[in-house]
Design a protein around this ligand. Sequence first.
Ligand code: DLL
Length: 434
Amino acid sequence: MPIYNKNFETMPRKGIEALQLQRLQATVERIYASVPFYKTAFDKAHIKPKDIKSLADLQRLPFTNKQDLRDNYPYDMFAVPMEDIVRIHASSGTTGKPTVVGYTQNDINTWAELMARSFSAAGATRKDIIHNAFGYGLFTGGIGAHYGAEKLGASVIPVSGGNTKRQITIMQDFKPTILCGTPSYILHLAEVAQEMGVDFKDLQFKAGIFGAEPWTENMRSELEAKLHLRAIDIYGLSEVMGPGVSIECYEEQKGLHVFEDHFIVEIIDPETGNLLPHGETGELVFTAITKEAFPVIRYRTKDITSLNPVPCTCGRTHIRMNKPSGRTDDMLIIRGVNVFPSQIESVLMETKEILPHYQLVVDRKDNLDTLTVKVEIDDQLFRDDIKSLQKMENRISSDIKEYLGVSAKVTLVEPKTIQRSQGKAIRVIDNRKL
Ligand code: DLL
């Protein structure tokens, strides 16, 4: 598969590291002078920009958290005057204020380049037609992918999320070859297509670029089988840029290459903040080293994964991060046992009669945590006698207990009972927080 920017994407490691150091030094110098938050934080840590002499010195810099961004809401983290800002996005922010991010024209150009690289890594060329079902708006998914598709020279269909039946008709008529969206919305698209009597086999998709939420390997197999395409994982976050921070390559589909000429990635122990060696699982931390408007230093993402430095057969020299398994703040503690929704998803999807739509409901009754796993099953099975349904519920419940060590009540529900998302799925309802 062609590599969009060979110069940077296949640079020898030494070259990447030298470039990172130079860019890090310039960024630190600039934000120390222009963002009061960073000046205060660096002064408190007794570190001056000139102290950054090697990449290892990055660890002397303090972390930045989501709360820091909230405290500086909306614009106080910007490193350029407002007249240089050409775009503003914001994260959805389910609690409290959203996180606001800004871009200069150069930032937008970089983002488009990195998304063009991402499309290319997923096997797209200028001949492709890209059906972009990521939401357009304050969310970075839609517009971020859009600019990258245009930069690549492909044809982009800006459908956004929702209006699902119309999307299926567009797929039949416009013949797109690349599909973009969140895995949960794409599953919904597949479901609606089936109801409309449309088989993905008869459409032209060769690859799907899915992300913005955690999804398991089992979910990948399900999507690939249903949609007859190769499902590629894309990861990113608004605070660091948006989509296009990292992506899997078409060749291996194993680990997401981080565009290291623009971002420095670390894995830390979420408890102690100490750096972890490659291969160990912990919290992902990013430093943006080329952004003008909104550079972040050691931003704690709360995403859980590990890094894999093994050279990739695709030829890219940029390190790979393994598929994130979830977020530290999505981790449920049920009677002292830690569980991620993605672990439940893995167990559920081992049962072939189960549909990939589920929700976890957590309650506290008589001071004890309870976990209910609501999951849809095939319509025909749902009509089965109550005894066989109960048997299946008990079997899945004992699988969850065996693999994850947590007791869960499994409730099989009719198809379409669980709300479908147009963007990121809501997997957990934690009534303990009410
Ligand atoms: O979700 C940016 C994006 C758009 C990425 C389209 C990929 C495709 P935010 O809304 O700021 O930005 O949410 C960022 O979503 O910290 C992760 O927790 C989660 N996330 C994003 N991509 C993945 C992925 C966009 N591939 C937050 N796997 C991140 C797992 C993901 N989690």
